[in-house]
Ligand binder design. Structure first.
Ligand code: F6P
Length: 324
């Protein structure tokens, strides 16, 4: 059966994440290799509203697989969140001749993809966010690099906290999720990892733990606070007040969003980009791609948006028990 050639759009939306470029590259290369045209939409849904597009070629995605950020730029578009905005985007898709769209972003971006799909533009979502907070996939593009960036930074902080017998309190990103905090925390031997998914008592879960380990000879500490917990400054001050150990707060901020994507990102992003093109080619839309048990999977977007993800309980238990 001959496959009908299509015009496939691709955009990145929401916060950028290392590995997005690898996904764009895969969509462009797979699309063109299979005989389709691929149009890059710049600055996410806002670019769709402004018809800010470029024809992609095999060479327009050369030399990007190793780069952080997104070559298509990204944005958060308040206009697209309105019904009129979605209608305008649909009209623009028709004008541009797009038969389908690949959306690389987080769950807000997936909701946009669902809205477009509901109005007749088949969309496929690829999870791209450092937060790893998407229920339908074990992995989101950017998470692995962000965790590695945090770990590298904390290793440096450890050198100086060790030299000064201090406590380093480190605030990491993750929006309302604690995945970055937990994975970085276990990797860096943090004495306490405070995340929004778990209630904690600062006196028990931080101060008492520090006091207990002081008795075993430990002299410097790393405490990780996920941004979703809030007020890391106050937490840092409280630790110093209660333990008498000089404490310093480091808010890692947007450095966590940059840098060279790890090999893992590049592999998963490439495979998910390829799968997105296969789905559009099969005439499917309103689906998201993901990784489960190291395999590529896809789900209906509505079903995917209903899925929730808790932190890895076992990892949390292990981190808690061995960092004493
Ligand atoms: O969703 C990715 C993320 O980096 C979150 O971890 C963080 O809360 C947020 O985006 C920051 O957004 P902005 O780049 O708009 O400051």
């Amino acid at each position: 059966m001959e496959i009908q050639k299509k015009v496939i759009g691709v955009l990145t939306s929401g916060g950028d994440a290392p590995g997005m470029n690898a996904a764009i590259r895969a969509v462009v290369r797979a699309g063109i290799e299979k005989g389709h045209r691929v149009i890059g939409v710049r600055r996410g849904y806002q670019g769709l509203l402004n018809k800010d597009v470029e024809e992609m070629s095999l060479r327009s995605v050369s030399d990007i697989i190793q780069r952080g950020g997104t070559m298509l730029y990204t944005a958060r578009s308040p206009e697209f969140r309105t019904e009129a905005g979605v209608d305008k985007a649909v009209a623009n898709c028709h004008e541009l001749g797009l038969d389908g769209l690949v959306v690389i972003g987080g769950d807000g971006s997936f909701r946009g993809a669902r809205d477009l799909s509901n109005k007749g533009i088949p969309c496929i979502g690829i999870p791209g966010t450092i937060d790893n907070d998407i229920g339908s996939t074990e992995y989101t593009i950017g998470f692995d690099t962000a965790v590695n960036t945090v770990v590298e930074s904390i290793d440096r902080l450890r050198d100086t906290s060790q030299s000064h017998d201090r406590c380093s309190v480190v605030e990491v990103m993750g929006r309302r999720a604690g995945h970055i905090a937990l994975h970085a925390g276990i990797s860096c031997g943090a004495v306490s990892i405070l995340i929004p998914e778990r209630e904690f008592n600062i006196d028990v879960d931080v101060i008492d733990r520090m006091r207990a380990t002081l008795k075993t000879g430990k002299q410097h500490f790393i405490v990780i606070v996920a941004e979703g917990v809030g007020d890391s400054k106050r937490i840092c001050e409280y630790i110093e007040e209660k333990t008498g150990i000089e404490s310093r707060l480091t808010v890692l901020g947007h450095v966590q969003r940059g840098g060279t994507p790890t090999a893992l990102e590049r592999v998963h992003a490439s495979v998910m980009g390829y799968r997105a093109v296969e789905l559009l080619e099969q005439g499917k839309g309103n689906r998201v791609v993901g990784i489960q048990n190291n395999r590529t999977v896809d789900y209906d977007i509505n079903e995917a948006l209903e899925m929730t993800k808790d932190i890895d309980q076992y990892l949390y238990k292990v981190a808690y028990e061995i960092s004493i």
